[in-house]
Write a protein of this length. Structure first.
Length: 160
């Protein structure tokens, strides 16, 4: 395992200098889920939530969050993102919603934090918009699925 890149020689936190890194296309995909009562899922899918279009608002919230990851995570670089996409799919086996986010940049540092932030905020938005119906919802398994580009090896999580 390589050493933590955000730590200085004395253990102090530092922002990594990416100035000498090559500019490459970098992509990250993250996922998470919101587990809820079957009735809550039906309410959301029917468009009957009191706060409105849960899926549409959560999708936009996730995209907006990816663009602000550097404002939320102290040592994260601000990036000019090429693409952010958030998909939300119902999964009755949970029951609940599966959220997937893709972030892409042509740059000197990866976009894992942007994809993870997008998923996290989309899941939180789903919770916020449906909590009047189901306060027991659980946000679960927010994780990186794939990372490509850059100097380090690509990452592909095994079967999920």
């Amino acid at each position: 395992m390589s050493e933590l890149t955000h730590l200085g020689a004395s253990g102090e936190a530092n922002m990594v200098d990416v100035g000498d890194k090559a500019e490459t296309v970098r992509t990250a995909i993250a996922e998470g889920s919101v587990i809820m009562l079957p009735e809550t899922l039906r309410t959301i899918l029917a468009g009957d939530a009191k706060k409105g279009d849960v899926l549409g608002v959560a999708r936009i919230a996730g995209i907006m969050a990816a663009k602000k990851a550097h404002e939320l995570i102290p040592l994260c670089h601000p990036l000019l993102l090429n693409k952010v996409a958030v998909e939300i799919e119902p999964d009755e086996t949970l029951p609940g919603l599966r959220v997937t986010a893709l972030a892409r940049v042509s740059g000197r540092t990866g976009v894992e934090m942007e994809a993870l932030t997008a998923v996290s905020v989309a899941c939180l938005t789903i919770y916020d918009m449906a909590k009047a119906v189901d306060k027991a919802m659980t946000i679960s398994e927010v994780r990186l699925v794939e990372k490509t580009g850059g100097k380090s090896d690509d990452f592909h999580r095994g079967a999920i």
